[in-house]
Design a protein around this ligand. Structure first.
Ligand code: UDP
Length: 506
């Protein structure tokens, strides 16, 4: 079967009796990128843990990745369902394999969003045909088309953000107050209006979500859908950024439920290691843990740029040489390592030999949270994707920040300027992952110096680590009994419960 094809009305009939007794039914519609799917599934699992029925919508390629997690949760008794819907790639001129987001042709990204919008009809039909009726749709903020589905079913719709409130409020205020009006140069510093703290951005770093040529209509639709939502569910926690959570809630005039860090749902090695694109894993979790076993506490650096960034060859080499020169043990994850040319592959092999025992190169996918939580790990070189950032905060780790695009520059500002737990490599302009760079923006000396400053102690280094550990304590407290995130999760369920008699399909 081709990736984009599937049963016309979606799968799920074998699951019909699961969760029938639940009084709240949340239907999650994630965007099919790992950074969106992973926290949405974690949130669904959390809601199911507290008695709500959670259904997760996925297209075939992505459903295959999620299914083991959902199946094992169901085996342990959780009311969670997977709704697999076919993605009609052909209808929008995409090849069938575009269901795998890594294989969407770059010049046809808007087609992909149009294909996603075609899920509206099949989703509505599926939900009508499979009771119990949803009591709430939790839609990735990128899916403007779920507005129509929710309206037609007569149920509320919340926006799901795998982003922090700081980033959302900065971006919102820049747009709300037209802060870029009259700014000719994309690199001109602009102060974000309406904040107590002075935060400086540039249009290059924070243009607004999908505010890029060719995406105007889509970006406007998404903004309208965000403004129309009945509330916001966010993978963050209140104690980390109270003024920004309150500020965003006030600016949007809607309730914000911070329910994170959602990665803390996973208390077992096996479920943590099953998160994400494990088919691309080239080492298993046990190998990583064994490698970390002999290392002293806080000495190992973890290096990864997430699930989308494909680091260009020049920066791969600079990063590798900088890590080597730092003298610290490291685990370095390289996405799509096999796609590099022979010169880079030879560089990897030589580097591996030179740092044998001290450096571990993972080609493909790593059990990230498991690694970050290991006591031997003492720092993280990150692209500042929000999930990675929050996972590092949860683990109490200082960070070297190397943003590439999207919300990553604002996340870097939160980490470095607001929370005081990071050191920037100083990237000023977005680094598109699909375009090879002609110049070196971050060289090996910069990498080495940044790594040393988070790993080598000293007064500033210790202060950063102390702050990171304090935040980790707050993150963990937030999801425990009496914590703000757990309270929000329970409130969310309560808010969208209906009486048993009202649970028929609409
Ligand atoms: N991730 C992982 N192993 C990898 C790469 C990524 O487990 O080798 C997970 C990571 O823990 C995080 C997500 O994938 O939960 C990446 O999301 P993030 O927002 O950090 O970045 P993105 O991939 O969206 O750029």
């Amino acid at each position: 079967m081709m990736a984009c094809q599937g049963a016309p009305n979606g799968r799920g009939t074998d699951e019909d009796d699961i969760g029938m007794g639940a009084r709240a039914h949340f239907v999650f519609v994630p965007l099919m990128y790992q950074g969106h799917v992973i926290p949405a599934v974690d949130t669904a699992l959390l809601l199911a843990t507290h008695g709500a029925l959670a259904s997760v919508v996925a297209t075939p390629y992505n459903a295959a990745r999620i299914r083991p997690t959902v199946d094992s949760a169901r085996q342990s008794g959780l009311p969670i369902r997977l709704i697999e819907l076919p993605l009609d790639c052909a209808a929008v001129g995409l090849p069938d394999e575009a269901d795998d987001v890594d294989r969407i042709p770059m010049d046809r990204m808007t087609n992909y969003f149009r294909a996603l919008a075609l899920l509206a009809g099949p989703l509505e039909r599926h939900l009508r045909a499979h009771p119990p009726r949803p009591t709430c749709i939790v839609s990735d903020f990128c899916h403007a088309w779920t507005v129509g589905v929710a309206a037609s079913l007569g149920v509320p719709r919340l926006s799901f953000f795998s982003m922090c409130a700081f980033c959302l409020l900065c971006q919102h205020n820049v747009e709300r107050y037209n802060a870029y009006d009259g700014v000719a140069d994309d690199n001109e510093p602009v102060v974000v209006p309406g904040l107590e703290k002075r935060v400086v951005v540039t249009r290059a770093q924070a243009p607004g979500f999908l505010r890029t040529p060719g995406f105007e209509e889509l970006a406007d639709e998404i903004e309208r859908a965000r403004a129309d939502a009945d509330g916001v569910v966010m993978n963050s926690f209140l104690e980390m950024e109270p003024e920004y959570v309150a500020g965003y809630s006030e600016a949007r005039n809607m309730k914000v439920w911070t329910i994170g860090p959602v990665s803390l749902y996973h208390q077992h090695e096996a479920t943590l290691a099953a998160r994400g694109n494990t088919a691309a894993a080239t080492v298993d979790a046990d190998d990583c843990l064994r490698w970390l076993q002999g290392k002293e506490a806080n000495t190992v650096l973890y290096v990864s740029f997430g699930s989308i960034v494909h680091t260009d060859p020049k920066h791969v080499v600079e990063l590798g040489l900088g890590l080597e020169a730092s003298g610290h043990p490291f685990i370095w994850v390289l996405k799509n390592a096999d796609q590099y040319g022979e010169a880079v592959r030879e560089f990897f092999r030589d580097l591996e030999e030179r740092v044998a025992g001290r450096g571990m190169l993972i080609r493909g996918w790593a059990p990230q949270v498991l690694i970050l939580s290991h006591p031997a790990v003492g720092g993280f070189v990150t692209h500042c994707g929000w999930n990675s950032t929050l996972e590092a905060i949860t683990a109490g780790l200082p960070m070297v920040t190397w943003p590439h695009f999207s919300d990553q520059f604002l996340n870097e500002k939160l980490v470095v300027d607001v929370l005081g737990i990071g050191v920037s490599v100083g990237v000023k302009n977005p680094l598109a992952w699909w375009a090879e760079k002609t110049e070196i923006v971050v060289d090996r000396q910069v990498v080495e110096a940044a790594v040393r400053s988070i790993m080598d102690g000293g007064e500033e280094g210790e202060e950063r680590r102390r702050k990171a550990l304090a935040l980790s304590g707050k993150a963990r407290a937030a999801v425990q009994e009496g914590g703000s995130s757990l309270a929000n999760l329970l409130d969310l369920i309560k808010r969208f419960e209906v009486d048993a008699g009202d649970r028929t399909t609409g």
